[in-house]
Structures are given as C-alpha cells and as structure tokens.
Design a binder for this molecule. Structure first.
Ligand code: CUA
Length: 353
C-alpha cells in the first residue's frame, strides 16, 4: 500500500504546471471540483487508515504465538452494537460525500442562462459549440459568427457555456486546470459551463491545456487543444479581428505558390475564414500563425508544419488527412517546393500580427 502511495506521489509531483494541473485550478468550477476531490480523498484515506489499523491490531492480538498453539480465540456471532456501528458510520460518510457532490454537479449543469436574451433579442451569455472529431476540436461561437479550431479563446471572469457534441465517435472534453471532464456524444448535446479567472500570460505563453479524456482511437493521446483566457477587452478585440477575416486570403510574407497550393490541395477540407464558413471536414486554419502547436501537439514552427504536411500519418496515426489505405495524403504527394511555400503561407494566417 505504502509503495503504491509513494509511486502515486511521484506522478503527482509532475503536476507542477499551473496551466495543466487539476490541483491548481483556475475559476469557480475547477476550484469546487478540487474541493470535492479533497473531501472524498480525506474521507477515503481516513477509512483506509482506520480499517488498516484495526486489521493489524487484530492480527497482533490474536496471533498464534500470543494466544497459544491450537487455541482458537473466543468466537463472536452476531453483535447488534457492531452491526449498527458498521452500518451507520458508512451511511454518514456517504452522505457527507454525496450531498456536496450531487448539489455541485447539478449547479454546474444549470445552463438556463444560455437562453437568456437582452431587449434586442441577442443572447447575453457567451456560448461556444464544441465539436470533437478524430483527432481535433472545432470551436464555434454561434452568436459571434466565428469558427475556429484547436485553440479555444475565452474571456476571463464570466460563465462560458458549452454545447458539447462529437462528429464521429465518443470523445470527452477536459481542461484539467479549469474543469470538466464531460463526454461529447454523437447523438446528443451535453451542456455545462466553466469560469476562467486566470489570464494566459500572453497568446503563446500560459495557455491552458485541453485534452480528450475518452479513448477514441490510435491518436487519442494526441487529441489536445489549447485555451487562451483573455481579459474581456482583449477577448472583444479578438472577436472583432476574427470577424474581419471574411475573405482573408494571403499574408504579405507568403508567395503566390503557397496560396495556389492551398487553394488546390487544402481548401476542399480547410476553411481560412473565422466568419461563418463552416462545415468543412478539416480544422479551420484562420489563426494558424497565432496558434502554439502544429497538429495540436507538435512545437509550432515551419519545419514541423512541413513534416506534418508531408506525412501526417507518421505523427497522428489514423487521422483523416490520409487516403483510405493510408499510403498517401488525400492531397497527393506535394513537391518540396510546394510544401515549403504552403507552410510559409499557412504560418502567415494570423489575426494577431
Ligand atoms: Cu478523442 Cu480520445
């Protein structure tokens, strides 16, 4: 037992990163989830310790060398007092756990505010539609007319409501330091809210980490996303910048070849406008230059982007950029020159530069 605990402590010592750790939560939801975690852990630890001590004492007191060879200790059959004690104590402990867990669970599922409207009929709460796909995340802001992917941008200090669904198989939405996890299903919407109270240090640094928490396929472990929590003003500025991407085509740094290759090979699956142009099968790439990971988990640089475009299967087995037999990308094998230009073009897609 103690060596097991020691091993678990070693794992916990890896939870130092503020923006990943469930033990250093940000926001009301994460904090209350941690309180529940601590409450149940303390009660369960006490039960384990007390039961272990009684068990050991019984061993010592009634061991053969103490009571004598072939002597059987006094046998007790039926004790009302004992039975009442070991029935009532667990009931009390379970109630102490159950009451706060159930009330908190219902509180976080209260999404009535999602439907509230102001005098002009606009929704007042910030709602984000999350769609989990093999192996990436789409984030739609229906009231702002914005679609993005892989990086969730949220304001701090207010309830952010989520409609969660999956496009293919069951996934689970989890931002360890902020809250969740909640399943995303194909057949129904799950709804809940989160509160972010710590700003990401800047747009590249201090982002929260999001994970898929439901085994969904060979690249489940790579199905990550990032969360940028911005001050309300910075969030509004981001919304405006995203809306202004309608018709975004090229960045000055990119060449005609990059743009042309994108149009021929990528545009069928990837949109590059944050405004409305949804429904494509691949992640929306509007803000690709502003993101901090390639394919959700590789370091964000042009070399990795080129390697990814060249052979996505090598990095994320089972991803949908490959043809049916997994031998080549669906856009064919591009020349090195095309990949080079394409990577420069995609890295230039930005609303923050
Ligand atoms: Cu999606 Cu695991």
């Amino acid at each position: 037992l103690f060596s097991l605990l020691a091993v678990m402590m070693v794992f916990l010592s890896g939870c130092g990163e503020d923006y990943l750790s469930t033990l250093k939560p940000s926001g009301e939801v994460g904090k209350q989830q941690l309180n529940l975690l601590l409450l149940t852990t303390v009660i369960m630890t006490l039960v384990v310790v007390i039961v272990s001590v009684i068990y050991l004492l019984a061993f010592l007191k009634y061991r053969r060398s103490r009571v004598g060879e072939n002597v059987i200790p006094k046998q007790v059959e039926g004790s009302h007092t004992l039975e009442v004690i070991w029935t009532v104590i667990p009931i009390i402990l379970l109630l102490i756990i159950a009451v706060p867990v159930v009330t908190t669970t219902y509180k976080f599922a209260d999404v009535a505010a999602m439907d509230e409207v102001d005098e002009e009929g606009n929704k007042t709460a910030l709602t984000i539609n999350v769609t989990a796909k093999l192996y990436w995340w789409e984030f739609e802001y229906p009231n702002q007319g914005i679609i993005t992917a892989q990086e969730l941008v949220v304001p701090t200090g207010e309830k952010v409501y989520f409609n969660l669904k999956a496009a293919d198989v069951k996934h689970s939405f989890w931002i360890p330091a902020v809250g969740g996890k909640m399943d995303t299903n194909v057949e129904n919407l799950n709804k809940f809210y989160l509160v972010f109270d710590k700003e990401s240090k800047d747009l590249k640094d201090g982002v929260f980490y999001g994970k898929c928490a439901e085994l969904c396929g060979p690249s489940h472990a790579l199905m990550d996303f990032k969360v940028k929590a911005l001050s309300p003003d910075a969030f509004d500025a981001w919304v405006d910048a995203m809306k202004a991407t309608e018709g975004q085509t090229a960045d000055k740094a990119s060449s005609d070849l990059g743009e042309a290759t994108f149009a021929n090979s990528c545009l069928g699956c990837h949109a590059i406008s944050g405004s409305g142009a949804g429904g494509t099968p691949g992640p929306n790439l509007t803000t690709f230059g502003d993101r901090n990971r390639v394919a959700g988990f590789l370091e964000h640089n042009e070399e990795n982007l080129k390697a990814w475009i060249k052979n996505p299967e090598e990095f994320k087995p089972g991803n949908l950029m490959m043809n049916a037999d997994g031998t080549a990308p669906i856009y064919g094998n591009l020349s090195d020159e095309e990949i080079e230009a394409l990577a420069t073009y995609i890295m230039g897609l930005s609303v923050e530069k």
